[in-house]
Design a protein around this ligand. Structure first.
Ligand code: AP5
Ligand code: MG
Length: 219
């Protein structure tokens, strides 16, 4: 059996992690594991976990390391993650990165893809993002599905995320600089960091990521 393809996708909020991971999941036949999507699904389903984290998510703060590490560990136990996964939104700080090394082994993460965008662009994208509250498809406010409020994929309701309001956006981007940006050095020092310009069309970003994966013969 070939080595599992676990890829970490890093980048500021609004860098395009969700957008790219949806595409890469299809290209490489590995699941898109987004801790944010998992937490939002729990909020929507009104599970005990959802009740616990709803106000934290809406404020744009981070939930506890213990909780997300447990979520990811449970997700890795599912059969579809045996061949690898695209990690979107995890790890988000050094403690989570260390925990991931324990879960997957020292060389378990094959590549960390850093989607680089300036803060002004990240803020503008988040302000104009809309999402399907049923299937999670990501839209821009000018897309037909955002304008009509009806998801082209599933017919669900297209809405603005609660944490895409100005105060929560500001807080999330501050948290990125303080807690998540140090992970760039963490993965750089292990020789597995690649930075891709996120300020290009989605197709061009995907092509650059594919080249980086291909150049290392990972898939
Ligand atoms: P999460 O869901 O992970 O959100 P995030 O980190 O804030 O990242 P975003 O989803 O906002 O950005 P993205 O990079 O995915 O951008 P997207 O592709 O949508 O986390 C949410 C919350 O959950 C956290 O705040 C926290 O509370 C909690 N949480 C999650 N994980 C946690 C963890 N590990 N520990 C603790 N707490 C955790 O793109 C944005 C917009 O730009 C879209 O409209 C899109 O259409 C557009 N766009 C994308 N790419 C392009 C492009 N190339 N050109 C033009 N437009 C583009
Ligand atoms: Mg996302």
């Amino acid at each position: 059996m070939s080595t599992p393809l676990y890829l970490v996708v890093l980048g500021k909020q609004g860098a395009g992690k969700g957008t790219q991971c949806d595409r890469l999941a299809v290209l490489y036949s590995i699941p898109h594991v987004s801790t944010g999507d998992m937490l939002r699904a729990a909020v929507k389903a009104e599970t005990p976990l959802g009740h616990e984290v709803a106000s934290i998510l809406n404020a744009g703060a981070l939930v506890s390391d213990e909780l997300v590490i447990r979520l990811v560990e449970e997700r890795f136990a599912a059969p579809d993650a045996a061949g690898g996964a695209l990690l979107d939104g995890f790890p988000r700080n050094l403690a989570q990165a260390e925990a991931l090394q324990v879960l997957l082994g020292e060389n378990g993460v094959r590549l960390c893809i850093n989607l680089d965008v300036p803060i002004e662009l990240a803020t503008a994208r988040l302000s104009s993002r809309r999402v399907c509250e049923n299937c999670g498809t990501i839209y821009r406010d000018t897309d037909p599905s955002a304008l009509s409020g009806v998801c082209a994929k599933c017919g669900g309701h297209v809405v603005q995320r609660a944490d895409d309001r100005p105060e929560a956006i500001r807080r999330r981007l501050e948290t990125y600089e303080r807690d998540t940006a140090p992970l760039l050095d963490f993965y750089r020092s292990r020789g597995i960091l690649v930075t891709v310009n996120g300020d290009q069309t989605p197709d061009a970003v995907t092509a650059d990521i594919e080249s980086a994966i291909g150049a290392r013969d990972l898939a």
